[in-house]
Write a new protein. Structure first.
Length: 214
């Protein structure tokens, strides 16, 4: 869900260290995410370099992309998530680092995936991080992302038993930022997903697929 501390509540690292493997259970089988990972895999040549931002336990994204024959790096702020991912997906590399501190290798990546990693940032940080991730995508490369959309800033909520502060952007703002960063948006949609668990409420998920022209 997140990479960075919000202005209040627990930091993303603290929350995800505590949530650990439960995240994988509660958010298993998200249709839009699985479809996005499949689109990324179909868009790339064997051995392509892929970055998974907010990689969590490594499942399903990093695991599926490693199985498809790609060179996968995952980054996450949570030490526990990185530990779980290294255990579950030994074919990928995982680093404990914030997206704002990560540096792409020379030539960038052939794909960047970012499924729900920015929600605990403030709005200006989300804008900066989207542009930063877009800048890492090599010519002909692709970008796939998901978030809970909305023009919201600094809203305190309880998520999986933890008090967190969340922000987001509207779908229109996501489209504008990525187009200004030189990406061509090839698909976007919003649907509802109900996380697994008795107390889980349905939440809107906004998906966006984009490509940098070759």
């Amino acid at each position: 869900m997140s990479q960075a501390p919000g202005p209040g509540g627990a930091s993303a690292a603290e929350v995800f260290d505590a949530v650990g493997a439960r995240y994988e259970e509660v958010f298993a089988g998200v249709p839009g995410q699985l479809a996005a990972v499949d689109w990324v895999a179909r868009s790339l040549a064997p051995g392509a370099r892929v970055l998974d931002v907010g990689s969590g336990t490594g499942r399903p994204t990093a695991e599926a992309l490693v199985d498809a024959g790609f060179d996968v790096t995952g980054i996450d702020v949570s030490a526990e998530m990185v530990r779980l991912a290294r255990e579950r997906v030994p074919g990928a590399r995982f680093e404990q680092v914030d997206v704002r501190d990560h540096h792409a290798p020379p030539g960038g990546y052939d794909a960047v995936c970012a499924f729900f990693p920015l929600l605990m940032m403030d709005q200006p940080e989300i804008v900066e991080s989207l542009a930063r991730m877009a800048s890492w995508i090599a010519p002909g490369g692709v970008f796939a992302m998901a978030t809970v959309p909305g023009d919201i800033r600094g809203v305190d909520i309880v998520w999986m038993g933890h008090e967190v502060t969340v922000s987001s952007l509207s779908p229109e703002d996501h489209l504008r930022i990525l187009r200004e960063a030189g990406l061509e948006v090839v698909h976007h949609h919003t649907d509802l997903f109900r996380p697994h668990g008795r107390e889980a409420e349905p939440e809107p998920h906004f998906y966006l697929h984009a490509r940098r022209p070759a």
